[in-house]
Design a binder for this molecule. Structure first.
Ligand code: NAD
Ligand code: LMR
Length: 340
C-alpha cells in the first residue's frame, strides 16, 4: 500500500510540473556554436528546461547529430538543428534568447585576449545576423574575450540600428558559480545557500568577487584566506585550462552556468519578479561603459543595473586595479567593430 501511495503522489507532482511548463509562454532559445564543448552540454540543459518550447541548435558543423540526439529527450521543446551559414537566418528567426558559445577556447599559456583575433570576427558575423533576423532577442555572450566581445556586439547592433542595451549580456555566471563553490569550501557552509556577487569583467584581475558581501557570512575567514579565494576565483578558468592540458577550457561547468543564466533571462521575460544575476552589461556603475554587477532581469531584459554596495578596502583596491585593463579590452572591441 505504501508503494501505491508513493506512486500516486509522485505521479500527481509530475502532472503538476508538466501542466505548469505547458502553460508557460512559448519561448525560442537558440544556441550558436551548439556542437562545441560548451554547446553540446548547454543544448542538453536547455532541452531539460521546461520554459523552452523551441530549441534551435546552430553550428558551422556537427549540428544534425547533436540535434537528433537531444531531440529524443521527452521534454517540452521541439529541437531543430541548423548547419552552415546559409541556415543561420532560419536558426535565429523568432528567437527570444540567443546564447553564443561559438569560437575557439584557450590552451595553456594563453590569455583570453589571445582569442580575440579569431573570436572577434566570429562574434561580429553572428551578431550581424542577430540584428537582421531576431533584433529583439536577449543575447547571452559566452565567447571570449567577453570583455571585448560584448562591446563588439553592441557596436554591430548600433550600426544596424537595433541596439538595445537592455538586451545584451556578457555571461559571467561561471565566476559566480566558482566563487560560491570555493567560498562554501573554505567557510565550511552548505554550498546550496551561498551567494557571492562577482563584479568587473571576465578575465584575470577584472574578475572581482565581493566576498565581503558573501552570505551566509563567515567571520572566521582571515584576510589571507580572502586573498586566496579571490585569486582562485580570478584564476578559475586557467585552473581548468591547465588541467585539460591542451584539450580546451571549461565546458561542463560553463554549460551549467550558461543554462542558469539563460533560465534567469527566460524567467525575467515571463514576468517572474526579483530575478537577479550578475552579468557584464552596459552600465553607469563605474566610469566604464560596460561593467559586470548584479542585474535585475525583467520582461525587456535588464530592468535595473544594481550598484556595487559597500566594498572592503581589499575590494576597493581590486576595483581600482581592474579598471585600466577592462577599459582597454572594451576599447579594443569597439575599435575592432568600427574598423572591420
Ligand atoms: P569549442 O571549440 O569546443 O566549440 C566552439 C564551437 O563553435 C565549435 O563547435 C565550432 O564549430 C563553433 N563555431 C566556430 N565558428 C562558428 C561560427 N562562425 N558560427 C557558429 N559556430 C561556430 O569551444 P568551447 O570550449 O565550447 O568554448 C567556446 C567559447 O566559449 C570560447 O571562446 C571560450 O573561451 C568561451 N568560454 C567562455 C566562458 C565564460 O565564462 N564566458 C567559459 C568557458 C568558455
Ligand atoms: C573560463 O572562465 O573558464 C572561461 O573564460 C574559459 C577560459 O579561457 O578560462
Amino acid at each position: 500500500r505504501s508503494i501505491l501511495k508513493k506512486n500516486s503522489s509522485s505521479s500527481s507532482s509530475l502532472l503538476r510540473r508538466s501542466y505548469s511548463s505547458e502553460s508557460a509562454p512559448p519561448r525560442k532559445v537558440v544556441v550558436l556554436g551548439a556542437a562545441g564543448g560548451i554547446g553540446q552540454p548547454l543544448s542538453l540543459l536547455m532541452k531539460l528546461n521546461p520554459l523552452v518550447s523551441s530549441l534551435s541548435l546552430y553550428d558551422i558543423a556537427g549540428t544534425p547529430g547533436v540535434a537528433a540526439d537531444v531531440s529524443h529527450i521527452n521534454t517540452r521543446s521541439e529541437v531543430v538543428g541548423y548547419m552552415g551559414e546559409e541556415n543561420l537566418g532560419k536558426a535565429l528567426e523568432g528567437a527570444d534568447v540567443v546564447i553564443i558559445p561559438a569560437g575557439v577556447p584557450r590552451k595553456p599559456g594563453m590569455t583570453r585576449d589571445d582569442l580575440f583575433n579569431i573570436n572577434a570576427g566570429i562574434v561580429k558575423g553572428l551578431c550581424t545576423a542577430i540584428a537582421k533576423y531576431c533584433p529583439h532577442a536577449l543575447v547571452n555572450m559566452i565567447s571570449n574575450p567577453v570583455n571585448s566581445t560584448v562591446p563588439i556586439a553592441s557596436e554591430v547592433f548600433k550600426k544596424a540600428g537595433t541596439y538595445d542595451e537592455k538586451r545584451l549580456f556578457g555571461v559571467t555566471t561561471l565566476d559566480v558559480v566558482r566563487a560560491k563553490t570555493f567560498y562554501a569550501g573554505k567557510a565550511k557552509v552548505p554550498v546550496a545557500g551561498v551567494n557571492v556577487p562577482v563584479v568587473g569583467g571576465h578575465a584575470g584581475i577584472t574578475i572581482l568577487p565581493l566576498f565581503s558581501q558573501a552570505t551566509p557570512t563567515a567571520n572566521s575567514l582571515s584576510s589571507e584566506e580572502i586573498t586566496a579565494l579571490t585569486k582562485r576565483t580570478q584564476d578559475g578558468g586557467t585552473e581548468v585550462v591547465e588541467a585539460k592540458a591542451g584539450k580546451g577550457s571549461a565546458t561542463l561547468s560553463m554549460a551549467y552556468a550558461g543554462a542558469l543564466f539563460a533560465d534567469a533571462c527566460l524567467k525575467g521575460l515571463n514576468g517572474v519578479p526579483d530575478v537577479v544575476e550578475c552579468s557584464f552589461v552596459q552600465s553607469n556603475v563605474t566610469e566604464l561603459p560596460f561593467f559586470a554587477s548584479k542585474v535585475r532581469l525583467g520582461k525587456n531584459g535588464v530592468e535595473e543595473v544594481l550598484g556595487l554596495g559597500s566594498l572592503s578596502d581589499f575590494e576597493k583596491q581590486g576595483l581600482e586595479a581592474l579598471l585600466p585593463e577592462l577599459k582597454s579590452s572594451i576599447e579594443k572591441g569597439i575599435k575592432f567593430a568600427n574598423q572591420n
